[in-house]
Design a protein around this ligand. Structure first.
Ligand code: ADP
Ligand code: MG
Ligand code: MG
Length: 881
C-alpha cells in the first residue's frame, strides 16, 4: 500500500487514513490557501508499526522520495549546513486528542545548520532560539527526558526576564546546557544527523499513541484503541523571527454563542505552543489589525472561505513570518450546546446547509444540557467537595436525610436537597419531593443517578469525602465542616460541586419552552425550529413512562404521543400498604377478596386520572410487577419490634404495647419470612404473581375497564410483565379478555419482552400478544446475568477501566447481545403477526444511541421518562435523516 501522501494528494474525507490534521491540511492546500508544503504518513503505517514493532517495508524509501520532492520545491535540503530546510513532525489522529500526543518543531538544526540559518535569516537570536526549542522538544518527546529539567534550566537563566529578552549569546548558552541535559539523561548525544532526527521523531509520534494519558483519554472519549495516528511532516514557518512575526489561534465564530465575529489570540515573536502555554500574555486577535493589517485582512478572508467550504464553525492555527500569513491547521471546532443550536439555524439562514442537516448538527445530549437550570455565580459560596456529576442542573435547598423529611418540608413549600449515603426505591417519594439529590456512594449508574436522570432532577453522587450520618441527620465535609438537617446547600449536577449555602439558580429558557412558553430568544427559536423539523422527519413515535396524572400531563406537553409504561406498583404504597398487607395475610378466599375489593376503587381512581390527563392518547398499563415482599416491612425491623413487644407484653398477652406491636405484626413477620427470596428479581414477580394470587390481575383489569368507561375516548393497552412463555400469557390474557368483554371495553393486550426466553420464543408469544414492549432493564440484567442493583458499585468501574465495555449496558443498549435478542424478537414476532406493535420502555428509551438502534430495528415507538421526551424526539429525527 501507499503509506505517504503529499498534501496535494489528500482531502478532508480521508481522515481514517491521514488523520484529522493531515486530511484538513490537504484540503486547505487544495483550496489554494497558504499552507507550508509537506506530506502525511498514514495511520495505516502507524498501525503496522504498533502491531509489528517496526516500520513496514518500503516506508523509509517512500518517506525519502517525498522528502526529496519537498526539498526540491523549497530549494534547500533538510538540515543543509548553509541554508537548512527545517520541518515539523506532527501527530494527528482521526479524532482530535488535544495535547495527548506529540509534535516536534525545527527538525534539521545542528551545530552547523544553526549557523546557516542565522546567516540566511540575518537573525542570530532567532536561529539559536529555534535550536534550543528543537533540543528541548526532541529531548522530551523522543528521548523521554523530563521536560521540567529543560524548563528549570531556562528559568534559571531568564530570571525575571521574558524569553524574548534573551539574546543570541544567552540562547547559545541555553543550547549548550540543553545538550548537557540530553547527554546526562539519555546517555547519548543529541543526534546531529537531520534525517535521523526526523525518523526518530516519526517513531516517537507513533509510540505516543500508546502513552498512558492517550490511552486514558481514548477510554473516556470512547475512541477506539486500534486506530493509530498519522504523522505530518511540514516545512517550518517561523513566528519567532522578530516583532513582525508571531503565531495565533482563532475560531471562525464564537464557540460559546455561535455568533459571527473575530475570536482568537495572537502572540508576537513566538512559535507553536507558546500561544496556549501562557509564557507571555497573548493579545486579542483584533489587535492584529493594527500590528499587520494586510495579514489580518487575509486571515479574515481565509476564515470566511473555510466556513463556506466546511459549512460549519472552524478553528484554526496560523503563523505570521515576517508579515506573511501561513495556515497550519483547521478543523470543525468544538462548541457549547447553545452555540450548536444557534449556529445550525444560522447556517441554514446563510444558505450553507438545509434543515435536514441542521438537525444532524445537534445532539440529544446537547439538548438535555440546555434543559437544566444552572447556577448564576458560585463565587460567594464555600465549596464543600466535588462528587460525580450524575444528573445535570443546579439545585439549592435545605439538607434533609430521609425521604419522610424531604416530603414533609417540601409540602410546606421548602426547597430541599435529599442527602443519603445511597438511595433505594424507598427514597423515591423523597427524591420526587427534593430539588436535588446528593449521595456519598455509588457511581453514574447508581440508583440515585439513574432515577434522578430519569426525573430530570439534579444529582451529585459518590461524593466520597462526605461522611453522611442519617441517624444524626448531618454530614461532615472535609475540613470538619458539619452540615445539619435544615442547613442550606447547593449542588451542581454539571460539575459535581457541592457548596455551602444558597447559590442563586436561574431556570432554563429551553425547559420553559417545552413547558409551553412561547419561543423567545435566539436559542429558544433555534431549538423550536430544529424540534419541528426533527418531528416531521422521524418515523419513531415517542411515548412516556409515567405513573401519575402530573407526569402524564407534563409528558403530553413535552410532546409524548402516549404512555408506553404506566407502572402500577407505586399505587400500592403509602397508605394503601395496609390493604396490600391484608391481601398477603388473607388466609381465606373471602378475606382475600375483601382486600382486593378495597383496592379496586382506588386503582380505578388512579387510572381515571391518567386517562383524563392523556386526552385520548394510548396508555399502556403494566400490571403489578415487583415481588410482593417489597410491600411488606423490613424483616429485621419487624423481627426486632416483635421481639421487644414479646418481652414487654409477656405477662399481658394480646395487649398492644407502646411500640404498637401486636398480633398483626406477628402474622406479618410470618408472611415476610414466608415470602423471603434469595433472589427476588428472579423470583415471584410479574406474571407469576398474576398466575399464583387469585384475583390480583383481575382486580387491576376491572379497575382499568371501569376507568376506561368513565373517561371519554380513553385508550387502554394492558401489558403483562415478565412473561417467558406463551402459556403464561394465554392464561392471564384469557382472564383479562373475559373481564373486558363483560365490561364492554376494548383494550389491546400485550406483553413485555424482558426475559431472554420471551425474545427467543417471540414467534409463539406473538400469537397471544397484540403488542410487545421491550423491557430492556430486565432484559439486560438477565442477558448478562448482572444484578442491576449491585453490579454498579461492585465491579462496573473495573469493567469500564478494563475495557470490557466502553459504556454500561444499562445506559446504552448492548447491540451485540441484548440487541440481537431484540432483533430476533422483532423478526419472529412480526412473522407471526404482521401488525404487531413494537416499543421499548426500559431506561434506554431516552438514551440517544439506543434510540438510533430502535429506529434501525424497526420499532414503532420508544418510551422514556417525561423529561427525556424532547431528547428522544430529536434523536428519533436524527436517526431518520
Ligand atoms: P497539536 O495537535 O497539539 O496542536 P500541532 O501538531 O498542531 O500539535 O503543533 C503544535 C504547534 O506547533 C502548533 O501551534 C502548530 O501551529 C505549530 N506548528 C506545527 N507545525 C509547524 C510548522 N511547520 N511551522 C510552524 N509552526 C508549526
Ligand atoms: Mg494543533
Ligand atoms: Mg421489568
Amino acid at each position: 500500500p501507499k503509506y505517504v501522501y503529499d498534501f496535494t494528494e489528500g482531502n478532508k474525507d480521508l481522515k481514517d487514513l491521514l488523520g484529522g490534521k493531515g486530511a484538513n491540511l490537504a484540503e486547505m492546500t487544495n483550496l489554494g490557501l497558504p499552507v507550508p508544503p509537506g506530506f502525511t504518513i498514514t495511520a495505516e503505517a502507524c498501525r503496522h508499526y504498533l502491531r509489528h514493532g517496526g516500520t513496514p517495508d518500503g516506508l523509509e524509501e517512500e518517506i525519502g522520495e517525498h522528502l526529496a520532492v519537498l526539498e526540491a520545491r523549497m530549494g534547500k535540503r533538510l538540515g543543509q549546513a548553509d541554508d537548512p530546510l527545517l520541518v515539523s513532525v506532527r501527530s494527528g489522529a482521526k479524532f482530535s486528542m488535544p495535547g495527548m500526543m506529540e509534535t516536534v518543531l525545527d527538525i534539521g538544526l545542528n551545530d552547523d545548520s544553526v549557523l546557516g540559518l542565522a546567516k540566511q535569516s540575518g537573525n542570530d537570536r532567532f536561529a539559536w532560539d529555534s535550536y534550543r526549542r528543537l533540543i528541548q522538544m526532541f529531548g522530551k518527546t523522543v528521548l523521554g527526558i523530563d521536560g521540567e529539567l529543560f524548563e528549570d534550566a531556562m528559568d534559571e537563566l531568564k530570571g525575571e526576564r521574558y524569553d524574548t529578552d534573551l539574546d543570541a549569546p544567552d540562547l547559545q548558552r541555553v543550547v549548550e546546557t540543553f545538550k548537557g541535559i540530553v547527554r546526562e539523561r539519555a546517555g547519548r548525544d543529541f543526534p546531529a544527523d537531520p534525517r535521523e532526527q526526523m525518523d526518530l521523531a516519526v517513531r516517537a509520534v507513533f509510540d505516543s499513541w500508546n502513552a498512558p494519558r492517550a490511552i486514558l483519554y481514548r477510554r473516556q472519549e470512547r475512541i477506539p484503541a486500534d486506530l493509530g495516528t498519522a504523522v505530518n511532516i511540514v516545512a517550518m514557518v517561523f513566528g519567532n523571527m522578530g516583532p513582525d512575526s508571531g503565531t495565533g489561534v482563532a475560531f471562525t465564530r464564537d464557540p460559546g454563542s455561535g455568533r459571527q465575529g473575530v475570536y482568537g489570540d495572537y502572540l508576537r515573536n513566538a512559535q507553536g505552543e507558546d500561544v496556549v502555554a501562557g509564557i507571555r500574555n497573548t493579545v486579542p486577535l483584533q489587535e492584529l489589525e493594527t500590528i499587520n493589517p494586510g495579514a489580518y485582512r487575509e486571515l479574515l478572508d481565509i476564515m470566511a472561505t473555510l466556513e463556506r467550504h466546511y459549512r460549519d464553525l472552524c478553528d484554526i492555527e496560523f503563523t505570521i513570518e515576517r508579515g506573511k500569513l501561513w495556515m497550519l491547521q483547521t478543523r470543525v471546532g468544538k462548541r457549547t450546546a447553545a452555540a450548536a443550536f444557534c449556529m445550525a439555524t444560522q447556517l441554514v439562514d446563510e444558505g450553507l446547509i438545509d434543515m435536514d442537516e441542521a438537525v444532524t448538527r445537534v445532539t440529544g445530549d446537547q439538548l438535555a444540557q440546555l434543559m437544566f437550570p444552572r447556577f448564576a455565580a458560585t463565587a460567594g459560596n464555600r465549596r464543600l467537595t466535588t462528587g460525580m456529576n450524575a444528573s445535570p442542573g443546579a439545585a439549592a435547598g435545605r439538607a434533609v436525610f430521609s425521604s419522610e423529611r424531604a416530603v414533609e418540608l417540601a409540602t410546606r413549600g421548602e426547597a430541599v436537597i435529599l442527602v443519603r449515603r445511597e438511595t433505594n426505591p424507598d427514597d423515591l417519594a423523597g427524591m420526587i419531593a427534593a430539588h436535588g439529590v446528593l449521595t456519598s456512594r455509588g457511581g453514574k449508574t447508581s440508583h440515585a443517578a439513574v432515577v434522578a436522570r430519569g426525573m430530570g432532577k439534579t444529582c451529585v453522587c459518590g461524593a466520597e469525602e462526605l461522611e453522611v450520618d442519617p441517624h444524626a441527620r448531618r454530614f461532615t465535609a472535609p475540613g470538619g465542616v458539619v452540615v445539619d438537617e435544615g442547613d442550606v446547600i447547593s449542588i451542581d449536577g454539571g460539575t459535581g460541586a457541592v457548596y455551602l449555602g444558597e447559590v442563586p439558580v436561574t431556570a432554563s429558557p429551553v425547559a420553559k419552552y417545552f413547558e409551553g412558553e412561547p419561543a423567545g430568544d435566539e436559542l429558544v427559536r433555534a431549538v423550536d425550529r430544529i424540534m419541528r423539523h426533527a418531528d416531521s422527519a422521524r418515523r419513531l413515535a415517542v411515548r412516556a413512562n409515567a405513573d401519575t396524572p402530573e407526569d402524564a400531563d407534563r409528558a403530553r406537553r413535552f410532546g409524548a404521543q402516549g404512555i408506553g409504561l404506566c407502572r402500577t406498583e407505586h399505587m400500592f404504597l403509602g397508605e394503601r400498604r395496609r390493604l396490600v398487607e391484608d391481601l398477603i395475610l388473607a388466609t381465606t378466599p373471602e378475606a382475600r377478596q375483601a382486600a382486593l375489593d378495597a383496592l379496586e376503587p382506588l386503582q380505578t381512581g388512579d387510572f381515571t386520572g391518567i386517562f383524563t390527563a392523556m386526552r385520548g392518547l394510548p396508555v399502556t398499563i403494566r400490571l403489578i410487577d415487583p415481588p410482593l415482599h417489597e410491600f411488606l416491612p423490613d424483616l429485621t425491623d419487624l423481627a426486632v419490634k416483635v421481639a421487644l413487644a414479646g418481652d414487654r407484653a409477656g405477662d399481658r398477652p394480646g395487649v398492644r404495647t407502646e411500640d404498637g406491636a401486636d398480633e398483626r405484626d406477628r402474622r406479618l413477620l410470618d408472611a415476610v419470612k414466608r415470602l423471603h427470596e434469595q433472589n427476588p428479581m428472579l423470583g415471584l414477580r410479574g406474571v407469576r404473581l398474576g398466575l399464583t394470587i387469585p384475583g390480583l390481575f383481575a382486580m387491576q383489569v376491572r379497575a382499568i375497564a371501569a376507568a376506561a368507561r368513565r373517561v371519554e375516548g380513553a385508550r387502554a393497552e394492558i401489558m403483562m410483565p415478565l412473561v417467558g412463555a406463551v402459556q403464561e400469557l394465554e392464561i392471564v390474557r384469557d382472564e383479562a379478555e373475559r373481564i373486558l368483554a363483560e365490561a364492554g371495553v376494548a383494550a389491546a393486550i400485550g406483553t413485555m419482552i424482558e426475559v431472554p426466553r420471551a425474545a427467543l420464543t417471540a414467534g409463539q408469544i406473538a400469537e397471544a400478544a397484540e403488542f410487545f414492549s421491550f423491557g430492556t432493564n430486565d432484559l439486560t440484567q438477565m442477558t448478562w446475568g448482572f444484578s442491576r442493583d449491585d453490579v454498579e458499585s461492585a465491579f462496573f468501574g473495573a469493567y469500564l477501566d478494563l475495557g470490557v465495555f466502553g459504556v454500561s449496558p444499562f445506559e446504552s443498549i448492548d447491540r451485540e447481545g441484548v440487541g440481537r435478542l431484540m432483533r430476533t424478537a422483532v423478526e419472529e414476532g412480526r412473522r407471526t403477526r404482521p401488525g404487531l406493535k413494537l416499543g421499548i420502555c426500559g431506561e434506554h428509551g431516552g438514551d440517544p444511541d439506543s434510540v438510533h438502534f430502535c429506529h434501525e430495528i424497526g420499532l414503532d415507538y420508544v418510551s422514556c421518562s417525561p423529561f427525556r421526551i424532547p431528547v428522544a424526539r430529536l434523536e428519533a429525527g436524527r436517526a431518520a435523516l
